[in-house]
Write a protein that binds this ligand. Structure first.
Ligand SMILES: [Zn+2]
Length: 58
């Protein structure tokens, strides 16, 4: 199982129609929408998962 970095849904490799390779890593998405969101700003979503401590308040 892979986690959709956009919405957090779990996607299994066998049914992962939407995938995107970035910096040698493959990311899987539940929908085309999530994939497109990731493609726009991959760094944003990767960082969000790695450092969960950033306090971003508007
Ligand atoms: Zn999704």
């Amino acid at each position: 199982m892979f986690k959709d970095p956009i919405c957090g849904m779990e996607v299994s490799e066998s049914e992962a129609t939407f995938k995107y390779e970035y910096k040698g890593k493959t990311y899987y998405f539940c929908s085309l929408y999530c994939k497109e969101e990731f493609e726009k700003e991959p760094e944003r979503y990767i960082q969000r998962r790695e450092e969960n401590t950033s306090n971003e308040e508007s």
